[in-house]
Design a protein around this ligand. Structure first.
Ligand SMILES: CCCCCCCC/C=C\CCCCCCCC(=O)N[C@@H](CCCCN)C(=O)O
Ligand SMILES: [Zn+2]
Ligand SMILES: [Zn+2]
Length: 478
């Protein structure tokens, strides 16, 4: 039965116009969220005090969401939050909006303002989490709060899942929410999570920004390499020490890139869709990938970000060895963080890594790993993709190119493949390379205007999901 017996009844569309007072309230609410240091240091070290405080905070700033009779709220895994918005037409398949509460650590060094101050400077709100990912969390909740205040009753049911440990795996947040929904027999039409943006200035010669919706994400593997040697006095060292052997091994890994996999996946489709935006001769080259594929795959290797889109990347992230200045070290350990291209698997990459190192004295241990995520559909029947595309065109009328792509990082959405085949990673925000570097880096910030637009985007998306028909194709794309 629908809400209050009002099955299929609908509320009229509400324009996304926010009063001056509402605009101030929404930016202050974001600042307050940034000020709560919900840092995940490791899977065993979360700031649980801050996570508890965050739970209290969202109750305070989004009272209508918590008081609405057709919204059910529950806490999962102690600090994650799941909201079920029942919707007036239960025959429609629900969807889910995701965001995460936790952030990576942010020492003060290098920041123009303290990273947990949420200070506003020159129209920007600064702080850890302003792009990753309290902006999404607060925008989703804020848009729903504003819709409810305007008496909007969503027609299509939906869930909001706010994970508390995305930055360290999502096993206690997203994974538990996913298991809970599966146990309840829920299947979702689609999921929207973080992971890509409106990209501006990432590709040389491409002046126009374009929206990239990530339809897959790379796999990952943390690989520990270890060398054991007999310890001894440093005054009569052996020819090779554990440190020397391990250094040579990890250096070989760093110096030998994994194969370039640019081929038939989402990135090929993305470049073909972008072809006409490039000046001559790049437009011709990109329109004829059957001929110029080798050339384009080499061109993609030329900067770190586009390189990450065409191959498994190898990052040496930790190195430990030595116990004293005059002791030959008994053991040396390094950790290599690999991000696995959608065209490869964990097993293939592990074999490649062993072949590159080619030294039996080096032991390998896979600490954790998972394969790349399946590619979600982006055709005209793909509801989630088309709703995002439609909403991008209406909220950002200047953007006429929307392309499917891959996410080079990992997101909580990977825990939900049991509930849907339509997983879309997109943040409705302009991102330049400098902004990209601030994610997990210094001076992470969002403009007040960009945040308001993100709220507007969700406000529109929820209403678009309630429409009768599939979104019509955009003129540019016909
Ligand atoms: C031709 C197109 C050019 C495209 C340029 C792509 C630019 C990439 C833009 C944005 C990517 C941002 C990725 C943000 C999501 C990352 C989320 C994150 O940090 N996840 C962590 C999870 C850690 C989980 C513990 N194992 C991570 O990936 O490390
Ligand atoms: Zn994130
Ligand atoms: Zn992150």
């Amino acid at each position: 039965k629908g809400l209050l017996g009002k099955e299929h009844e609908r509320t009229p569309r509400i324009t996304s116009h926010f009063s001056q007072k509402e605009r101030v309230t929404m930016k202050e609410a974001l600042k307050g969220a940034i000020q709560i240091p919900t840092v995940s240091f490791s899977s065993k070290e979360l700031n649980t005090t801050a996570l508890t405080e965050f739970g209290r905070y969202i109750r305070k700033v989004f009272p209508t969401v918590f008081q609405t009779s057709f919204i059910q709220h529950e806490v999962v895994g102690e600090y994650s939050h799941l909201f079920m918005v029942r919707g007036s037409d239960p025959s429609l398949q629900p969807y889910m909006l995701l965001a995460h509460i936790d952030v990576v650590p942010a020492p003060d060094e290098g920041w123009d303002v303290p990273p947990f101050s949420g200070l506003e400077r020159d129209g920007f709100i600064y702080g850890r989490g302003t792009l990753d990912n309290k902006n999404s969390l607060m925008a989703i909740m804020q848009a729903l709060e504003l819709l409810l205040i305007r008496n909007y009753i969503p027609r299509r049911p939906f869930f909001i899942a706010l994970g508390h440990d995305e930055e360290v795996s999502g096993v206690n947040g997203a994974q538990k929410i996913s298991a809970l929904l599966q146990a309840r027999g829920i299947q979702l039409a689609f999921i929207v999570d973080e992971g890509s943006f409106i990209l501006d200035g990432f590709i040389p010669n491409l002046k126009k920004p374009f929206a990239m919706i990530s339809v897959s994400e790379k796999g990952a593997m943390n690989l520990m390499l270890q060398v054991n040697m007999t310890p001894g006095h440093s005054s009569a060292p052996p020819k090779e020490t554990s440190i020397g052997i391990l250094s040579a091994a990890v250096s070989r890994l760093e110096q030998t890139p994994m194969p370039n996999m640019f081929g038939d996946g989402p990135m090929k489709m993305a470049l073909q869709k972008l072809a006409n935006e490039f000046p001559f001769p790049a437009n011709i080259i990109l329109s004829n990938l059957w001929l110029f594929r080798p050339l384009v795959s080499r061109w993609m290797e030329r900067n770190d970000i586009t390189n990450a889109l065409v191959r498994t990347t190898t990052a040496l992230t930790m190195f430990n060895a030595g116990v004293k200045v005059n002791v030959i070290p008994p053991v040396a350990q390094a950790i290599v963080n690999l991000r696995i291209d959608p065209a490869q698997t964990v097993q293939e990459v592990l074999k490649l890594a062993k072949d590159i190192v080619a030294d039996d004295r080096v032991q390998f241990q896979v600490l954790d790993a998972f394969d790349p995520l399946p590619v979600s559909p982006s055709d005209y029947q793909a509801l989630g993709y088309q709703l995002l595309r439609q909403t991008i065109h209406s909220v950002f009328p200047e953007i006429n190119i929307v392309v499917p792509g891959i996410c080079i990082g990992n997101t909580d959405s990977r825990h939900y493949t049991n509930l849907t085949t339509g997983i879309y990673r997109f943040n409705p925000i302009y991102l330049q390379p400098q902004g990209f570097r601030s994610i997990h880096g210094i001076n992470e910030k969002i403009s007040v205007q960009a945040y308001e637009t993100q709220v507007k985007f969700i406000f529109e998306l929820i209403q678009n999901a309630d429409a009768d028909r599939m979104p019509a194709p955009h003129l540019h794309e016909l």
